[in-house]
Design a protein around this ligand. Sequence first.
Ligand SMILES: [Zn+2]
Length: 380
Amino acid sequence: MISIRTKRRSAARAAVYHRLAVLFGILPGALAGIAFSIARAHPIWVDEIFVARWYPHIRLLASRAASLPFAIAPIAAVAVGLWAAAGLAVSIIRSAYQGSMRPICAALYRRAAAAGLAYCLLMSMWGIQYARTPLMETYEYIATAESSSAVVFSAAGLNGLKSPVEQLCEKWISQANALRKFVRAVDPERILRQTPAMFAQARRAAKFLPDGPIPQPKPSGIDGMLSRMMIEGVYIPFTFEPLVNISVPTVDLPFVACHEVAHSLGFAREDEANFVAYTVCMLSSEPAFIYSGVMTALRYSLARLAQTQPRQYWALLERMSPAVRQEYTARSAYWNEMRNSSIARWSNRLNDLFLSQAMRQANGVRSYEQIVDDLAGNGV
Ligand SMILES: [Zn+2]
């Protein structure tokens, strides 16, 4: 008799949990997915409602979170991971004890609800900006078939003219050679402290940068793990934190710090965050920032040239000064060492899935490289 009553009580409790999970997890997740589909069809609504009216409040909140001297996100991620794993382990034991799959199904169901809620929060606090009007359109640059690098490169191959990307590489190599002697030893913490000031400085000339507070990026606190995952930095919308892996080669550091801050200002797409970072670095008064901007743009462009015009690529490497060439090859060696590990491959795959499936960016991880087209198209 008692056992029947207990079973009824637990069934009633399960029904309540079920309804709560639908109400606070699965339903908000589904609604966020629908809202994102509508937003993608109407970028102007995202610009006028989310970017102009809602996101400034989020950024105000973010500036408060940025005042904490350490990164909250890795601690929160470990706590959530432990909670999810421990709960699942308990439900497996209970399933085995009761001889029923119900506890495991209930645990999986709760985690699906938590994922739905997380997706809804991600979208409403930041992610919907993947659907805003592309920066290159508001920057008065409209991509055309003629400006696509494939066409430019094939034309260059046919008539022997230098492609825009090759010309840019030449310009950046000259600039890097001249700048290198002004760059002193880079202190990672100092670079992070200087980053908000570099944005404030750039904002005077780059009108597309929004007004309002600019957060200071933080050291990730998990640099070794991020390096093994081939991650230089990450923006965490749940804690409003631009995090930087400060163990990366110092030539990358100012650019990465600017890239993550660009995300926090609402430039969600990877090529746009790269474009903003490049702009801020180039408008900076600090040689370390300018050099980092030049070297990063050069690296992306040389990678494109290596695929399409290998002869020009090798010729251009010869034009680097010994110091610049040494830095370029040392950086490549650092990342090549990490690249072939299984954790790096998994991390890249997950990032690709996040960008292409959750955020519906057609080019996935290749969207980082689109900065080459953005820069060549704008004749920077
Ligand atoms: Zn990014």
